[in-house]
Design a binder for this molecule. Structure first.
Ligand SMILES: [Zn+2]
Length: 109
C-alpha cells in the first residue's frame, strides 16, 4: 500500500575538509570558520549577499572586493578580513577616523 521511500543515505567521503591546504578567497560558495564563536561555520544565506553561522546564528554581510565580513545582528558592529585561511579583525572606518583626529589634535613635539 504505502510506497517505500528509500532512505536518504548520507554520502560518506564528500565532506569538505575544514583544513584546506591552500589559501582560499572569500566567496559565497565557500564555507568559513565563524569569526565570532570560532566554533561554527558560516555559509551563504540563500538569495542574500550574506553569511550565517551554523552555531551562534550570527549573520554577516560580506564585501567580496575587500574580502571582509561584518556582523549585522550584534550590538558591536565588528568586521573581519579574510586572510586566506583565517580572519583578521578589521577596524571600522570610524575608528580610523577617530585615530586620525586624535593624531591631528595631538601636539607635535
Ligand atoms: Zn558563530
Amino acid at each position: 500500500m504505502t510506497k517505500q521511500v528509500p532512505e536518504r543515505k548520507a554520502k560518506s567521503g564528500v565532506l569538505r575538509s575544514p583544513e584546506a591546504s591552500e589559501n582560499t578567497q572569500l566567496s559565497y560558495q565557500g564555507t568559513y570558520t565563524c569569526p565570532v564563536c570560532r566554533h561554527g561555520q558560516i555559509t551563504e544565506l540563500t538569495l542574500m549577499d550574506a553569511f550565517a553561522c551554523s552555531f551562534c546564528r550570527h549573520i554577516f554581510t560580506a564585501n567580496l572586493e575587500n574580502q571582509t565580513v561584518q556582523v549585522v545582528d550584534s550590538s558591536q558592529p565588528m568586521s573581519w578580513r579574510w586572510m586566506g585561511r583565517s580572519w583578521q579583525v578589521a577596524y571600522r572606518d570610524e575608528l580610523n577616523l577617530t585615530l586620525v583626529i586624535w593624531l591631528v589634535e595631538s601636539p607635535l613635539r
